[in-house]
Design a protein around this ligand. Structure first.
Ligand SMILES: NC(=O)C1=CN([C@@H]2O[C@H](COP(=O)(O)OP(=O)(O)OC[C@H]3O[C@@H](n4cnc5c(N)ncnc54)[C@H](OP(=O)(O)O)[C@@H]3O)[C@@H](O)[C@H]2O)[C@@H](O)CC1
Ligand SMILES: Nc1ncnc2c1ncn2[C@@H]1O[C@H](COP(=O)(O)OP(=O)(O)O)[C@@H](O)[C@H]1O
Ligand SMILES: [K+]
Length: 579
């Protein structure tokens, strides 16, 4: 089941909280009480019988939430251990700390205290860092986080018992990277059973390491809706442009905040609005195929374009490979394209509305056909070999109706500097792990001290790429990110276009040969139907994962297009969630 909802960056979240408090209608203490109550409530839902809880409270407001949770669990009959820092937090957290101190003691927040024998708890609440994480954790806190992640402790034990407040501590909520650690999965990264976040998901909950680390994600309503309206007259319009998320529904208590265009778009996709329309009103897509023996990828794309509702789809292999494409589907048309002039001739037919270049095409052929395809001004989906050709040509000829669908490797070929930034922990900083750097810890620390703020994220990378290309970029993965170039007349780096995250961590079986070709075909079909590039890419990604979800494990790429009618039917009836 899928749902669309808005996501907020940490800066946007802070702005909304500040606006709410400045209005005088709500205080920071109110918000903190609501946040703590939401987490305590979720704990009590999952552990109905009061047991023992250890609450780990950090130096800021995330720690403040922790003191609220301790007080409320105590009131519900739980036995509590509270570990905290001997610091003076901000006024709200200080007040919550004071209220806890009237109930029980605070032990030092150290690994030794946490590890003390005979002190095992049913639940561990991680209220160390939330949106205020500013740099990689160090010292005693880093020690605790490593222990909770399994270093010298029992990873499976904590995975069953760890409840994260807002996010697992150390996770950068703008990027899904663990600050100061490698971007790849690490042995000791926290893995929570449950994460309760406030108001909206943040990018880091959905990107990179976030989904695995958060476990079940619950978004708790703490009553900030009224302050999400930043521009009068335009409901929930956020600046900079809002990010949207398309993600599996875990648990969202407030359904009013979701589902913007869903039913309308579902019905549109299923062609129900235009029963009387001629096939050409649904567009004509060309799918370029490659040499003999390499036609499967293009055929998958063509089948997907038909299923996405393009009125006509024509596959264009070289004449020598024509025989390979004579089988089903009979709905598919075939026309040979041997060289650029052949394609130019076909494109004289103005009823052709979109084309797909790349899957199984061969780099040389893609390089030859690319200039004609781009010069035609038609909506172009560029994937696979076309991306390699495009990298060699320095992105020449791209326009706003192009969609690029690179996986990480292709992205690195097109935008090597962005890929490099994305792979590093975050700039400027050392690569690697403090555990591996004991010979030079001082140098490592000095470098860490220079690392501030959120890590460079997949959204940053995709937005920068879209800006550079002047085209929509869909960066594939279990956390697919889609970004469009700025719609401002003169592209401005400080005014990027829309971006969306499509989270498909729940369908790992989608990582199968040919799945990318099907995605290319779906998007091409939607482009042919005159969906704008950003909508075609986000809707295509949604259809793709929804089809995989329906098919289940054991999926092969050929199954995906065949699932699309059911997905469309459910979308139209509102049963399948939001595109
Ligand atoms: N605002 C609200 O109304 C509401 C907020 N809510 C809650 O507040 C959370 C945000 O609170 P927050 O802004 O205080 O940040 P938080 O995550 O507690 O961390 C900040 C502290 O950590 C410190 N610090 C950072 N990195 C560090 C490091 N590596 N190593 C060591 N220290 C480090 C940093 O120190 P500094 O950088 O200032 O030196 C500062 O002291 C949010 O996630 C939600 O849970 C809810 O109650 C709803 C209402
Ligand atoms: N672990 C995963 N979980 C869910 N979807 C994934 C995962 N890995 C990749 N995908 C998706 O599967 C598709 C794979 O495309 P691609 O890498 O081009 O493969 P191919 O070239 O074999 O078709 C993409 O849509 C990508 O987003
Ligand atoms: K936390």
């Amino acid at each position: 089941m899928l749902n669309g909802t808005e996501i907020l960056t940490t800066a946007q979240m802070r702005a909304i909280e500040t606006a709410a408090m400045d209005s005088g209608a709500v205080t920071g203490l109110d918000l903190m009480e609501r946040a703590g109550a939401a987490v305590a409530g979720q704990i009590r839902l999952r552990w109905p019988k009061p047991g023992q809880a250890t609450v780990l409270c950090g130096p800021g407001n995330n720690g403040g939430d922790g003191y609220v949770i301790a007080r409320l669990l105590h009131r519900a009959g739980w036995r509590l251990r509270v570990l905290g820092l001997d610091n003076i937090p901000g006024p709200d957290a200080a007040e919550m700390k004071r209220r806890w101190c009237e109930i029980g003691p605070i032990e030092a927040l150290t690994g030794d205290a946490l590890r003390r024998p005979g002190e095992s708890s049913d639940v561990y609440v991680d209220a160390i860092f939330g949106t205020g994480l500013a740099r990689p954790p160090e010292g005693a806190i880093a020690d605790i986080l490593r222990y909770l992640g399994g270093s010298g402790g029992d990873r499976a034990f904590f995975r069953e018992r760890l409840v994260a407040v807002d996010c697992p501590s150390g996770l950068c909520m703008d990027s899904g990277a663990f600050l100061g650690r490698r971007r790849q999965p690490g042995d000791y990264d926290l893995q929570a059973r449950l994460t309760v976040a406030f108001d909206s998901p943040k990018p880091g909950h959905l990107l990179e390491r976030g989904p695995e680390s958060c476990g079940e994600l619950v978004i708790a309503d703490i009553g900030l809706q009224d302050w999400r309206i930043i521009e009068p007259g335009r409901a929930r319009s956020l600046r900079p442009p809002a990010l949207t998320a398309i993600w599996p529904l875990f648990a969202i208590p407030d359904r009013r905040r979701m589902g913007f265009e869903s039913l309308k778009r579902g019905a549109w996709l299923a062609k129900r609005e235009s029963r009387a329309g001629h096939k050409f009103e649904h567009g004509h897509a060309l799918i370029i195929a490659g040499d003999f023996g390499h036609g499967g990828a293009a055929r998958l794309a063509a089948r997907a374009a038909l299923r996405a509702g393009a009125g006509l789809v024509t596959i264009c292999p070289p004449r020598s490979a024509m025989v390979e494409h004579l089988g089903p589907p009979d709905a598919l048309m075939r026309r040979p394209v041997d060289e650029a002039a052949d394609l130019a001739r076909i494109l004289e037919d103005k009823r052709i509305t979109a084309l797909c270049l790349g899957p199984g095409c061969g780099v040389d052929r893609a390089a030859e056909l690319l200039p004609v395809a781009l010069a035609s001004g038609r909506a172009c989906l560029l994937d696979a070999d076309a991306l390699t050709a495009l990298a060699a040509s320095g992105l020449e000829g791209l326009h706003a109706d192009c969609v690029l669908t690179p996986h990480r490797g292709e992205f690195a070929r097109l935008f090597p500097d962005l890929a490099e930034r994305l792979a590093g922990p975050q700039p400027p900083g050392p690569t690697g792990d403090p555990d591996q750097q004991s010979h030079d810890r001082d140098a490592y620390r000095a470098a860490l001290a220079g690392m501030h703020g959120p890590a460079f994220s997949k959204i940053d990378a995709a937005r920068a790429a879209a800006g550079r290309a002047g085209a929509t970029v869909l960066l594939k993965g279990p956390d697919t990110v889609i970004a469009e170039p700025s719609r401002a007349r003169a592209p401005r780096l400080d005014r990027p276009g829309r971006a969306a995250i499509h989270s498909a961590f729940d369908v790992p079986w989608l990582a199968t040969a040919g799945a990318g070709d099907v995605l290319a075909g779906l998007i091409t079909g939607l482009l042919a139907r005159d969906l704008n590039p950003f909508s075609a890419a986000t809707t295509g990604a949604w259809l793709h994962a929804a089809a995989a979800r329906q098919a289940g494990p054991g999926l092969i790429a050929d199954d995906l297009p065949e699932r699309i009618p059911d997905v469309l039917d459910q979308a139209a009836s509102g049963a399948g969630g939001d595109p």
